[in-house]
Design a protein around this ligand. Structure first.
Ligand code: HEM
Length: 484
């Protein structure tokens, strides 16, 4: 045991000493060689990581960026999570970073996330393969597919879950269940069953490992996540194998897996391992984000009763047009929810589920104002900083869905700087799907229930954006809306 500990510790100490040396070297030479954006590299190793984490663990993380922007400007240098990082709160620089994906910058995720996702996940792919897989993903989550195919499933699964709601409900947990089931259905046509429930349990363990130190010896959570990843991959492999057999018999389902297996669907030629990694990452990308936005939309609406009343009126009108009480939502209904779209935009703007994206400079890159980002440095394009900036959004830190109804609440270029789904070649392929899922969820919620918070809960932003207590609410079922 002792010798294995020593085997592990010596290389660790060696690499820490090397990092210290590199850090000091960077500090000494970086400013001289090129014009770095101004800023502070902080302490050796730690840099400003602790300041960032402690700010993002509160309800108001803004001071971390505000203080530095007022001292150094919208693009500044810092040192977080073990690396010197150029931090951008500037929309032009963010756009430049996102658009130059694959040319000047490449995506860069922490070791824990990339190990758990698997190397064939879309988030880690590069070059022409990334381009092909990104458009394949888009083709399975675009408006036409949602209209003709997915909307019905979304509505059905939302209703199915809400039918079981009584009394106290942990909204975040319920939203997760819904979005997990939706993603599994969209990927491989499974309806909720014991198998999907078990898959979800393992999945949660994988996600818990994302923000740990990726060393099994140090972190039980990471060890558990690696084991759970193995189980998820095994379960998905079985499905892939079965589907290959079905495909040989000429059977074809209408889902993402079919598209991956089938040359006509733009796929074909992938190994089982590639398909499993790909699906595993799509499940992560699709379900955690959308369930959080659902929860935060409800929280903001609960705290803004006028907005909730207006939203409810819009949805009651849609229900009243239906002859049957339980009739499914149709595409035309979705298209007649203008205020809901304001609520969706505003929730995306203030919630900032993905607060920004990490990239790595592939070469020395000259940016706005003549600053240089040195090759190999990390870059963080902060979407949150722009969305929370009063120069781009009047009273930026207030939830105000009405700002999207006319241009007076937003500056002229607000739409250009509104990027909750990122931009460039890695722009979220699930953007439209997320909007539809949230709209349907809100429709069913406000037409079927009234609710109130069961206790005080607050939003925090590290390691991910979420409410501390999973937003417990007390629900009361409403009488159905009378048809007009
Ligand atoms: C409110 C919900 C969502 C938000 C805020 C969101 C946000 C984002 C953002 C900002 C990115 C860009 C990451 C980067 O540039 O590195 C992204 C990428 C991605 N999103 Fe979403 N997303 C959401 C929902 C979804 C859904 C429902 C899906 C399912 C199809 C999805 C699938 C993906 C995938 C696969 C990527 C990686 C794209 C790539 O690297 O090429 N997302 N998302």
């Amino acid at each position: 045991m002792e010798s294995s500990l020593a085997m592990f510790l010596y290389p660790l100490l060696l690499s820490l000493s090397l990092s210290l040396f590199v850090f000091l070297l960077l500090r000494a030479t970086a400013g001289r060689r090129r014009r770095l954006p101004p800023g502070n590299l902080g302490l050796p190793f730690l840099g400003e990581t602790l300041q960032l984490i402690s700010a993002y663990k509160t309800e108001n993380p803004e001071p971390f960026i505000d203080d530095r922007v007022s001292k150094y400007g919208a693009v500044f240098t810092t040192h977080v999570f073990g690396e010197p990082t150029v931090f951008s709160a500037d929309p032009d620089t963010n756009r430049f970073i996102l658009q130059n994906e694959g040319r000047l910058f490449e995506s860069s995720y922490p070791g824990s996330i990339s190990n758990l996702l698997g190397r064939h996940s879309l988030l880690l792919m590069r070059g022409s393969l990334h381009k092909r897989m990104h458009s394949l993903t888009m083709s399975f989550a675009n408006s036409a597919i949602i209209r003709d195919h997915l909307l019905l499933d979304i509505d059905r699964l939302v209703r199915l879950n809400m039918d079981a709601w009584t009394g106290r409900v942990l909204l975040m947990e319920e939203a997760k269940k819904i979005t997990f089931q939706l993603t599994v259905k969209q990927l491989m046509s499974f309806d909720p069953c014991e198998w999907t429930e078990n898959l979800m349990k393992e999945y949660m363990l994988v996600i818990e490992g994302f923000f740990t130190i990726p060393l099994p010896i140090f972190s039980t959570t990471y060890r558990r996540a690696i084991q759970a990843r193995g189980k998820v991959a095994e379960a998905l492999s079985l499905v892939v194998r079965e589907r290959r057999r079905e495909s040989e018999r000429g059977e074809r389902k209408n889902d993402m897996l079919a598209a991956l297996l089938d040359e006509e669907g733009g796929g074909g030629g992938f190994s089982d391992e590639e398909i499993v990694d790909f699906m595993l990452a799509l499940l992560v990308a699709g379900y955690e984000t959308t369930s959080t936005i659902m929860t935060l939309a409800v929280k903001h609406l609960t705290e803004t009763p006028l907005a909730l009343a207006q939203l409810k009126e819009e949805h009651d009108e849609i229900r009243a047009r239906k002859v049957e009480e339980e009739a499914a939502l149709e595409w035309e209904d979705y298209k007649s929810m203008p205020f809901t779209q304001c609520v969706v935009n505003e929730t995306l703007r203030v919630a900032n589920i993905i607060s920004g994206v990490f990239r790595r400079a592939m070469t020395d890159v000259t940016i706005k104002d003549g600053y240089t980002i040195p090759k190999g440095w990390k870059v963080f394009a902060s979407l949150r900083a722009v969305h929370m900036d009063h120069h781009h959004f009047k009273d930026a830190r207030t939830f105000n869905p009405w700002r999207w109804q006319n241009s007076s609440g937003t500056s002229n270029n607000s739409m250009n700087v509104f990027t909750p789904f990122g931009g460039g070649p890695r722009r979220c392929p699930g953007a439209e799907l997320a909007r539809v899922e949230l709209s349907v969820f809100l429709h069913r919620l406000v037409t079927q229930f009234s609710w109130m918070p069961a206790e005080q809960d607050k939003v925090i932003f590290f390691p991910t954006t979420r409410t501390q207590k999973r937003y417990p609410i007390i629900v009361r079922r409403l009488e159905p809306v009378e048809a007009m």
